[in-house]
Design a binder for this molecule. Structure first.
Ligand code: NAD
Length: 276
């Protein structure tokens, strides 16, 4: 079986370090992508209510024949359901679409601070964890101030924060904050949504190792201790993206990649100012 190391979260749960991301995978293509990934050795899938493909993801899991207990499944609460009761209802709706009675990880998708509701949503997630229906709970796109606030007001620390992170946007300050809190870091858009694949520095490292640019970038996330969820619907790329455990980036590669970091390289919205 393909190697896919497990990381231990602060609640003792184990998460496979590579997962399949399915944002922008249409519902009618999600089952094929998930089944293909499971056949290639993936044991972790990252979806969200807003991706409108939970149903296809659930179909793919069933079709694969893999016992549910062997798959780590993440979904996320969308912003307009952040009230306490509406978060609980949204969770039930996600489970129904996914055709499962629990998720391994449930995340608040964005803090959406203008709504003033993410602490209420976090209390709902804490209840879901107590009930065992969300085995682990975490957040996504939280800045340091949002993390501090949910912890101060509930005493419950998120297991992880899923944030935009790629070699040219490395989020060093937030990663240090996570380390100080015991929160794991998960990288979204780990390939820079594909834009980084032609970068000359990455291309040169890829050529040196006889690997693809995508494999070099995913290997950088792995060696950086990050959980990583690259997206593809193409079977050969899905397989390629998890074949990253038979080579190692050396110190000079790592130093060159460290130099790519730029605060201007953010692709998505800034979570502090976003108003959706
Ligand atoms: P990504 O960085 O994973 O890039 C995906 C794109 O890269 C694909 O569409 C494909 O064109 C290309 N690609 C993938 N593998 C390749 C390969 N081997 N060779 C060549 N090209 C390849 O982008 P993403 O989808 O934005 O991020 C990954 C996942 O992160 C998402 O699917 C989703 O699950 C999650 N995500 C979460 C948030 C959030 O707010 N929490 C936001 C964005 C994405």
């Amino acid at each position: 079986m393909t190697h896919n190391p497990l990381m231990t979260l602060n609640d003792s749960a184990k998460i496979p370090q590579i997962g399949l991301g399915v944002w922008q995978t249409p519902n009618d293509g999600a089952a094929d992508a998930v089944r293909t990934a499971i056949e290639a050795g993936y044991r972790h899938v990252d979806t969200a209510a807003i991706y409108e493909n939970e149903q296809g993801v659930g179909d793919g899991i069933r079709q694969s024949g893999l016992p549910r207990s062997e798959l780590f499944l993440t979904t996320k609460l969308w912003n307009d359901r952040q009230g306490y009761d509406s978060a609980l209802a949204a969770f039930d709706e996600s489970l129904k679409r996914l055709k499962t009675d629990y998720v391994d990880l449930y995340l608040i998708h964005w803090p959406s601070p203008h709504r003033g509701q993410y602490v209420e949503a976090w209390k709902a997630l804490a209840r879901l964890k107590e009930e065992g229906r969300a085995r682990s709970i975490g957040v996504s796109n939280f800045a340091a101030e949002h993390l501090d606030r949910v912890i101060a007001e509930t005493g419950v620390t998120p297991a992880l924060n899923q944030i935009e992170l790629h070699p040219d946007f490395q989020q060093k300050a937030l990663r240090e904050k996570h380390a100080s809190l015991g929160v794991a870091t998960e990288s979204w858009s780990p390939l820079g949504q594909g834009a980084l694949l032609d970068h000359p520095v990455i291309a040169a490292i890829a050529e040196k190792h006889g690997r693809s640019a995508a494999q070099v970038i995913i290997r950088w996330h792995i060696q950086s201790g990050l959980i990583v969820i690259p997206k593809s619907v193409t079977p050969s790329r899905i397989a390629e993206n998890i074949q990253v455990f038979d080579f190692v980036l050396d110190d000079s590669d790592v130093a060159k990649l460290a130099d790519l970091d730029s605060p201007a390289a953010r692709i998505g919205p800034d979570p502090i100012t976003a108003t959706f």
